[in-house]
Design a protein around this ligand. Structure first.
Ligand SMILES: NC(=O)c1ccc[n+]([C@@H]2O[C@H](COP(=O)([O-])OP(=O)(O)OC[C@H]3O[C@@H](n4cnc5c(N)ncnc54)[C@H](OP(=O)(O)O)[C@@H]3O)[C@@H](O)[C@H]2O)c1
Length: 317
């Protein structure tokens, strides 16, 4: 059956491999939301018979996200693209401090890793076909322990999302440690939201979070100092030969499988590489989940569809 898969973060790293797997499936039309056109990838996918559309979206600008979502909807409603069978919120950033500010005056990690996903999801949710899957790439750094972050990323330090969305939410905000704390905390927020979306989304839609594990060799640490960049690019990939890390190719395959529903996962589940698992004990908290949803709803309100109550009567599911 023909379907559209809308995806962020396909231009490099994990998403690039996932896009290759998804585009090779019969009837799959990939829509890549990207701030630049990944021409080599597009050419490669089309040469292999894939159907690919690129829509410009800079996820650090909520206006850009909102306009990109409008463009997707227009293509689907006009019949130029088949119904949307999946939304993949894979893009993510990790900054070298907690001071990067977006055009909307939000802290950049939270803006890209959390707020952009909310705008995309809320604007597209009514246009997803029955049975559609939404996958949000998160990270096991949200556990905050040595086993999951190998001592490289500090654990999350939870604060209300209104606070996280402002720069300097953490002590010594100019430090790389604050930038990485913003990262792990943004992924915890994303997991909270997946739990809340699972309760609020219309019947027939499944949302899961996806953890690729530690994936050295991608460009996630591109903002880090030269030594860390060198280690992530040249040394850490050796860890992919051990259970401590996942290669970008394997991580991309796992992401594609999560999108295709290869491992059956109930809505709200955390997919750890290729299987459903428990996320951290801290990541199950009904009050934080509801408050996080209310906060992102308020912070992004001017970019959302205008109905007063987006999901009347669904809060208690
Ligand atoms: N690598 C790891 O160890 C690891 C572990 C756990 C989770 N993850 C998560 O996996 C996902 C993919 O990361 P990766 O490791 O593959 O990193 P990556 O190579 O840096 O890829 C990140 C992707 O996000 C896109 N992106 C970033 N900022 C954007 C913006 N403002 N607008 C539009 N697109 C933007 C990038 O597009 P551009 O090409 O335009 O920059 C790129 O396609 C992220 O959510 C990350 O947090 C990674």
């Amino acid at each position: 059956m023909e379907q559209t898969v809308v995806m962020t973060g396909a231009s490099r790293g994990i998403g690039r491999t996932a896009a290759r797997h998804l585009a090779s499936r019969p009837g799959m039309h990939l829509v890549l939301l990207s701030r630049t056109t990944p021409q080599a990838l597009v050419d490669e996918l089309r040469a292999a018979g894939g159907s690919v559309t690129v829509i410009r979206a800079d996820l650090s600008s909520l206006r850009s996200v909102s306009e990109a979502a409008d463009e997707v909807v227009e293509l689907v409603l006009s019949g130029r693209l088949p119904p949307i069978g999946a939304l993949v919120c894979n893009a993510g950033v990790q900054h070298a401090n907690a001071l990067s500010r977006t055009v909307d005056e939000f802290e950049a990690t939270v803006a890209v890793n959390v707020l952009a996903n909310h705008v995309l999801l809320r604007k597209l949710q009514d246009h997803l076909e029955f049975g559609a899957r939404i996958v949000v790439t998160v990270s096991d750094t949200h556990f905050g322990d040595l086993r999951h972050n190998l001592g490289m990323v500090p654990g999350p330090q939870w604060r209300p999302v209104e606070t996280l969305a402002r720069v300097a939410a953490f002590p010594t905000p100019s430090s790389s440690s604050a930038g990485r704390t913003a990262y792990s905390t943004s992924k915890l927020a994303a997991i909270y939201l997946v739990h809340e979306y699972a309760r609020r989304l219309p019947a027939g839609l499944t949302i899961t979070s996806f953890n690729p594990g530690f994936v050295p060799g991608t460009d996630l640490a591109r903002d880090a100092d030269a030594v860390s960049r060198f280690a992530m690019r040249r040394i850490m990939p050796l860890l992919s030969l051990t259970p401590l890390a996942t290669s970008p190719d394997r991580a991309g395959r796992f992401l594609a499988d999560a999108v295709l529903g290869t491992a059956s996962a109930p809505s709200g589940a955390y997919i750890d590489r290729d299987r459903v698992a428990a996320s951290s004990p801290e990541s199950y908290d009904r009050q934080r989940e509801r408050e996080a949803w209310e906060a992102v709803e308020a912070l992004t309100a001017r970019f959302l569809p205008s109905s007063a109550d987006p999901n009347p009567g669904r809060e208690n599911r």
